[in-house]
Design a binder for this molecule. Structure first.
Ligand code: ADP
Length: 484
């Protein structure tokens, strides 16, 4: 699939440090999850390269922060234009390494690029403040200054957007970044950064450390231990988030963490059932269920339970599974064999505890799993407690609003939640009671660049996107000027 790029020079297999492509001493293979075949080998960088990247970023910082906001904005805007004019190649790289259907990859390029466009605009609006003086001989001001060298550790499920959502606000604020992309999906990251260089991002301002799983751990330790790195932004599992947080304690690093979810999707009996079926399908089966905002638990109220599960199962039965490059496929492979095993474990556990399979339920060979729906799910099942991260929808039955709010909140996670209702009183009651950073009401998809994305509880810290997203990358400085 990689030989079909319109611009073959976008296929990079080396890391980037201080504006130079670095081959490293070792390489690791990146595979196509749809076929299991090796796509290409990539530089497997480690501790010395991580140290070099941090030093390069630190050296590039003064000139980058000294640029005017408008100069940085123009470079970001050019990067956005290049991402969009290379949309097809980026989408191909993404489908090849991640497996998501080509249409979803094109969508992610648009979504990922939108953060660059948004923060190109926000770069010009990082305003300070003047405050009323407490004494007429003084003047009080607040500056918002770039925090310094930033590190971004990103996952495979959105190979572009999880990078741009961190890098664009950092660059806009005047910070250089060291990126450690997921080992499964380095090509999209490298192509995006190549386009950033073409857009005029100076050497050292963006650095990329490609690495396999073991070297990623080693690089993570260097990034956390460095007191030059002032901010770490991580998207990935809660388990790794906790490790990075602990490792960042000695240097008291500012952290943005976007971790796991266990999204409830609640359908009240006053909902528009057809709309709820569409929303549940979109929310659950995007990226074959491999997003942290995918609904994990579907709760349906008693009176409409049977009607909902029948329509939902019929909808899921129409899903087309296959290689993401094939026309009409809307369910690609899972990212790796262990992901397939987890889905199978959740499905088997649900069946053993009395769930009724309505559609799917089995592996399809390779890294494919049938889109699956089960009815009669109960709280003792693994799928009620853990994030499945795959194409498995367990449907729970509930009776009252209080009961479902308690069930929805009975998790250490708090990222996205969804519910369907036409009752305006209930909409406000339930939205306010859900302990989640994001609530979709009568919608199954809610992310976009100008809204604050993030979670509460053990789903993370901080918000990405929107005008709030820039705050992660600036520090406030209070000036008190006397003798006026
Ligand atoms: P996922 O479940 O999405 O694969 P992970 O949390 O395992 O999420 O991985 C997300 C990112 O974190 C990847 O870039 C991965 O290489 C990196 N990573 C995993 N473990 C560590 C670690 N101990 N230190 C630093 N980075 C890590």
């Amino acid at each position: 699939p990689l030989s079909l790029l319109q611009d073959p020079t976008l296929l990079k297999t080396e890391g980037l440090i201080d504006g130079r492509w670095v081959p490293g001493e070792q390489r690791f293979a990146v595979t196509d999850p749809a076929t299991g075949q090796t796509l290409a080998e990539v530089a497997n960088l480690g501790v010395p390269e991580a140290e070099a990247a941090i030093a390069a970023a630190n050296a590039a910082w003064p000139a980058w922060r000294a640029k005017t906001a408008k100069e940085r904005s123009i470079i970001l805007r050019r990067w956005f234009d290049l991402l969009m004019s290379n949309q097809e190649d980026l989408a191909r790289l993404m489908t090849a390494e991640n497996g998501k259907p080509l249409a979803e990859s094109r969508g992610e390029v648009t979504y990922g690029a939108s953060f660059v466009e948004w923060f190109a605009e926000e770069a010009k609006r990082i305003n300070g403040e003047t405050l009323p003086q407490f004494d007429n001989n003084r003047r009080l001001l607040v500056l918002r200054q770039p925090i310094g060298v930033c590190a971004a550790i990103t996952p495979w499920n959105f190979p572009l957007a999880m990078i741009t959502r961190k890098v664009a606000p950092a660059l806009a604020a005047g910070c250089p970044v060291v990126i450690k992309p997921a080992e499964q999906t380095p090509f999209t990251a490298l192509a995006a950064v190549e386009l950033a260089l073409r857009a005029g991002v100076p050497a050292g301002v963006l650095n990329v450390l490609t690495a396999d799983a073991a070297q990623s751990v080693a690089i993570g330790k260097v990034l956390c231990a460095s007191d030059v790195v002032r901010h770490l932004s991580f998207t990935g599992s809660t388990e790794v988030g906790r490790i990075l947080m602990a490792q960042s304690a000695p240097t008291v690093k500012k952290l943005s963490l976007e971790l796991g979810g266990n999204a409830p999707f609640i359908v009240f009996d006053d909902a528009d059932i057809d709309s709820a079926v569409e929303g549940a399908f979109a929310s659950k089966y995007r990226n074959a269920g491999q997003t942290c905002v995918c609904s994990n638990r579907i709760y349906v109220q008693d009176a409409i339970y049977d009607a909902f599960v029948e329509k939902f199962a019929a909808k899921v039965a129409t899903a087309k599974v296959g290689n993401g490059f094939e026309e009409g496929v809307n369910q690609g492979p899972l990212i790796e064999p262990s992901a397939v095993e987890k889905v199978e474990r959740h499905v088997q556990d649900a069946i053993a505890r009395g769930a009724r399979v309505l559609v799917g339920g089995k592996r399809l060979g390779g890294q494919f799993f049938e889109p699956t729906v089960v009815a009669d799910a109960t709280p003792d099942m693994l799928c009620a407690r853990e994030e499945t991260f795959g194409p498995f929808a367990p449907v729970f039955r509930f009776h009252t609003e209080e009961e479902v709010i308690a069930a929805a909140n009975a998790t250490e996670y708090g990222l996205a939640s969804y519910f369907y209702s036409r009752d305006v009183g209930r909409i406000f009651r339930v939205a306010e009671a859900l302990e989640y950073g994001m609530v979709g009401i009568n919608v199954g998809i809610l992310a976009t660049e100008h809204v604050p994305f993030g979670g509460v509880k053990q789903s993370g810290l901080g918000r990405e996107g929107s005008h709030h997203g820039i705050e992660e990358y600036v520090e406030l400085k209070y000036l008190c000027v006397g003798d006026i």
